[in-house]
Ligand binder design. Sequence first.
Ligand code: GSH
Length: 213
Amino acid sequence: MKLYGYWRSSASYRTRIAMHLKGLAFEYEPVHLVKDGGEQKQAAYRALNPVGLVPTLVDGDLVLNQSLAIIEYLDAQHPKNRLIPEDPKQAAIVRSLALDMAAELQPITNLRVLQYLTGTLRVSDEARLDWIHHWVATTFAAFEQRLEQYAGDYCVGDTVSLADVCLVPQVYNAKRFQVDLSPYPRLMGVYERLQALPAFQQAQPEAQPDAEA
Ligand SMILES: N[C@@H](CCC(=O)N[C@@H](CS)C(=O)NCC(=O)O)C(=O)O
């Protein structure tokens, strides 16, 4: 299997976490999102993934974009350390928490959205940062409340799930943009416990071959 990704991309990060949790061997192919205007926009990558975003997974003749589709595929193919529980109610809870991070927060803080804010709409760097802080705080505050109902050691009970896989990269991003995380003690408790797990450490942006100082 080959995973096209970028060290600091949260969608690539969550896919790496899932692959490491399952102990899957894969080749990692870096796609630089910034250099030369972004390799994700160039013809070579677009031929593989016309959407022009990372990650892309290649598994034999299957070429998949969308990290959640990739993770669901891997979970079905390699059920060891299931990330989506078999019980339908638990599965729905896990998916809904995962989507809070991956579908609500991540897209509006993604690189091309931020570039559009500053480049096309001429929003200042300060306002761009306010935008990020606002949406992280909005999402994390609700997530903190939801964890009250569902969390044990991890987001849903004591088993690592897709919700955890999606949470960690968004906390990484929030830290990168110096968001105050003190209002979310439950969320940060889960995050710290996840950070202690080897699969999460292997998937960390700084542990990737394309990581920059
Ligand atoms: N929903 C997609 C999101 C993919 C995505 O937004 N990728 C970002 C990095 S996290 C990207 O490639 N950004 C490049 C750009 O915005 O030009 C997924 O989960 O795979």
